[in-house]
Design a protein around this ligand. Structure first.
Ligand code: FAD
Ligand code: NAD
Length: 402
């Protein structure tokens, strides 16, 4: 009898960890495992703001998939998924197709511009390695252009970031360290370069602990970041945001939108029932009504039953989905009981550049400054450890703890 075939779509946090766990939980004779990804590399999405700011080289934030997933055990397909034909147990790729007995959809997020006029066309977004590299190059070009032009336009030196959630705040934290270096490199007076974060809610990081938000705001403002709160962006023009009720226009040479994310649009194209861009999955992480399809990571809404709303989309959650998903695939193959997903909240730590951070650990404990910076690096290195052991930490890890 042929082995059941498990196909995992997307090699992000959820897909990589699911594949890794399947290799550990199932014997080679129990299932054929296939991993499909757009590129031959895996990147740490949680490091992309560093790549975008230019504080980390893109190659330090990615690794070849075949270096961490044994290609003798898992078939690796580097191609783009275009549609899942769930009635036919088949996935259509750009250049071929693949059939499955069991499917894991872990295709991650896309940027959500909420239909704001001009945003998709005129703003950059931090979505993957390529989009992040383009931001870094654009910023550097703006500074180089300013330094060599005869008729100087100071707006070229303004970096405008829309959205003061964790991505926007971590990004301006990196910029606070990179902009002085760029000013030095191109002989520009630091006071001429501006970093502006614009947030619609009354304060940045809505819903997060008040003391930590106050700490983050002070840390960023002390290093020259301008924070505009209660300022809803209504339009993005070629070189500006239009904000607030009075239509104030803020001009800039670089515009980055970090105002929200949604699930991969392949879900909708493939006929899954979508709520705000994602599929609300069952407690065992399967798509409703689908016996053999799991949807995990940023493509899934996993309900927090106690609070009556979904858990936020994070790498922490995506990795935990991978544990439950791989256990349940084993359960289906071995005819065992499936388990329900439970989220183990280990806290949230956000960097404010390389030298500062803040957050919570084990839900209630607040961390600021040096201990938070060290904790953030422990979290980043832990993922590398789970994926590739100490060798991967030595190769790609954040080894300077402070
Ligand atoms: P991803 O990690 O996005 O992986 C999706 C994969 O699918 C990618 O490899 C992609 O190339 C591939 N793919 C996409 N479309 C296709 C296609 N059509 N065909 C083939 N392959 C495809 N969360 C935290 O918990 N802690 C943090 O500190 C943190 N920091 C963040 C910082 C930034 C800048 C950002 C943007 C997010 C951060 N997050 C953080 C959120 C976290 O990164 C996401 O929740 C997590 O990446 C989701 O994992 P995933 O596997 O679902 O998707
Ligand atoms: P988000 O949805 O969490 O934040 C977007 C922000 O943009 C919100 O504060 C929102 O009020 C603001 N916004 C939306 N529309 C606006 C408008 N028209 N004008 C001005 N502001 C507007 O998105 P994100 O920051 O990309 O985070 C996505 C997910 O990734 C979240 O679950 C987050 O927790 C996670 N994440 C975690 C970390 C971490 O743990 N360190 C870091 C980055 C991201």
């Amino acid at each position: 009898m042929s082995k059941p075939k498990i196909v995992v779509l997307g090699a992000g946090y959820a897909g990589m960890m699911t594949t890794k766990r399947l290799m550990q939980k199932l014997g080679p004779d129990e299932a054929e495992i296939v991993l499909v990804n757009k590129h031959n590399y895996h990147y740490q999405t949680t490091w992309l703001h560093e790549v975008a700011a230019g504080t980390r080289n893109q190659n330090q934030a990615r690794m070849m998939i075949s270096d961490v997933i044994n290609p003798n055990r898992v078939s690796l397909i580097y191609d783009e998924v275009t549609e899942v034909k769930k009635e036919e147990n088949r996935v259509v790729l750009k250049n071929s197709e693949v059939s499955y007995d069991y499917l894991v959809i872990s295709l991650g997020f896309e940027t959500n511009t909420f239909g704001i006029k001009g945003m998709e066309k005129n703003a950059f977004s931090i979505t993957d390695i390529e989009s992040s590299r383009m931001i870094r190059e654009h910023i550097e070009y703006q500074f180089a252009k300013y330094s060599t032009s005869v008729k100087k336009n100071e707006n070229d030196l303004t970096i405008l970031v829309g959205g003061g959630g964790f991505t926007g705040i971590e990004f301006v934290g990196e910029l606070a360290e990179q902009v002085p270096k760029l000013c030095k490199k191109y002989d520009i007076d630091r006071s001429k370069a501006r970093i502006i974060n614009v947030e619609a809610a009354p304060r940045i990081l809505p819903g997060f602990n008040d003391d930590l938000v106050a700490y983050a705001k002070k840390s960023l403002e002390d290093r020259g970041v301008e924070i505009r709160e209660g300022a809803k962006i209504s339009e993005c023009k070629k070189n500006s945001f239009v904000i607030g009720d009075d239509g104030e226009e803020i001009k800039a040479g670089t515009i980055v939108w970090t105002g929200g994310v949604t699930g991969n649009s392949i879900l909708g194209k493939s006929g899954f029932e979508i709520t705000k861009g994602k599929v609300t999955v069952e407690s065992d992480l399967r798509a409703p009504g689908e016996e053999n399809i799991f949807i995990i990571g940023d493509c899934a809404w996993v309900m927090n039953k106690e609070e009556g709303r979904p858990f936020p989309p994070t790498a922490q959650a995506a990795m935990q989905h991978a544990d439950t998903c791989s256990t349940n695939l084993k359960g289906l193959i071995r005819n065992e009981q499936l388990e329900s997903f439970t989220f183990d909240d280990k806290g949230t730590v956000a960097s404010l550049g390389k030298s500062d951070a803040m957050g919570t650990v084990f839900s209630e404990r607040l961390l600021y400054g040096t201990p938070a910076t060290a904790m953030k690096k422990v979290i980043d290195n832990r993922y590398l450890f789970l994926l590739g052991g100490p060798k991967l930490i030595l190769k790609k890890g954040k080894l300077r703890m402070l």
